[in-house]
Design a protein around this ligand. Sequence first.
Ligand code: NAD
Length: 485
Amino acid sequence: MQYLTQLFIRGEWVEPARQGTLDVINPATEDVISEVAAATEEDVELAVAAARKALPEWRRLTGTQRGKYLREFASAVQQRKSRLAGLQSRNNGKTLVESEYDMDAVSACFNYYADLAEQLDLRQNQPVTLPSSAFKSHTRFEPAGVVGLIVPWNYPLMTASWKLAPALAAGCTAVLKPSEITPLIELELGAIAQEIGLPAGVLNIVTGTGPDVGAPLCAHPGIDKLSFTGSTPTGTKIMETAAQSVKGVSLELGGKSPILVFDDADIDDAVEWICGGIFANAGQMCSATSRLLVQQSIYPKLMKALLTAVADIRVGDPFNAEVTMGALTSRQQYDKVLTAIAEGKRSGATLAAGGEPVPGLERGYFVQPTVFTDVPLNSSLWRDEIFGPVLAIRTFESETEAVELANDSCYGLIASLVTSDEARIQRVSEALEAGHIFVNGHQELFVETSWGGFKKSGIGRELGPWGLDEFLEVKHITRGVKPGL
Ligand code: NAD
């Protein structure tokens, strides 16, 4: 497979100023599959200059004109779906089925924001009702300007599209910084931009590390707004940097999300949703429901079914159709997850399944699906994001206790609920402190609904109209009207 490895600046592929490179690894084999450009501050400078130069023309287009480019992005992703999905699985370690799902979500996102770009034209210049006839006012929505988009490695193209599609729809131009761990897939957006004739400089892609590319991008005076997805510690640093120049920030950060299973739940459904919530993407999901709360009366029955389902998970080669869980994406993440498991074993919790690297898989970052029960409330296993296939379980007696345990976290990204009691669904959904509540199902994600968290899970919302608003400035034009005019 051929890879794109240079920087994409001003519509062209260019070498980084200092000629550095970074190895790109296949986490299922530990082989180096490519090298990509390791950019530095000089390259960030060029990318921001290109985006600034492109901004006046791009923002002058109507939403409908910009929407046409977004639709072309959507169909180009579909046309290349098999290449893109394979490329992502090779660099990220997730199963091919999961990557294919991601590519459909990417296309859906570009199409959705094409619609919203068109609708933006209709939202412009709407009059505001004022309490005085001596004045008239109308509303305009204008692009935030040049935006810095910084993304992680777990859903590389999806998180990039959740930012890029609304940013372009709003009329912003962008500098996109992929994760240094999975840069290959986002570089494909550069090839698509060239193919569809996106004006030069509207999208620039700069690969490199957080300190060498991310930090100078955040500090750059030519960047008007930052949109970041990643860990809470990095998000905190970005917010500190942005504060120096009073830049707007949207932050999609970490989580330690709960799934609550009540005694009226269907056990088989509950087990399917519990497993999907923590073992999909090998648990490397900001929205992983890594804390399971089970009502005491169904605990023995549920545990029996859960441990049977966990034993059936097949870990291995992401390209093997029988495999249901792939590799962790990097050596760092593999070490981090194994360290967290070791700490879990020492915490007083009971190891009920897994807890080791996968026997027989000598190469690759494969960890067994792992389940701990009786997890102490004050343990790191219960409180801290692990970002791997590790489930921590506790029981509860009453609904009040379940909600208290669920909300006792510094995070608030999502929460899941399994119950057939309508009144309880309403009560508990309202009481849970999280940006999205999933009831009786997988974490089914629709571009029409919002994504983002309470508390330390972030600031702002992606997807839906809220995702577009993150990239718009609101302006009012209020004028005095002489009587008779
Ligand atoms: P990370 O914070 O280490 O890195 C994310 C990105 O930030 C990378 O591109 C990295 O190079 C860059 N970066 C690192 N230091 C930087 C700095 N000082 N300035 C600017 N940029 C910098 O996170 P990660 O390990 O790539 O991703 C995992 C984390 O992302 C998890 O905590 C997960 O919960 C979170 N995440 C959140 C969501 C969400 O929607 N809330 C989605 C996916 C992942």
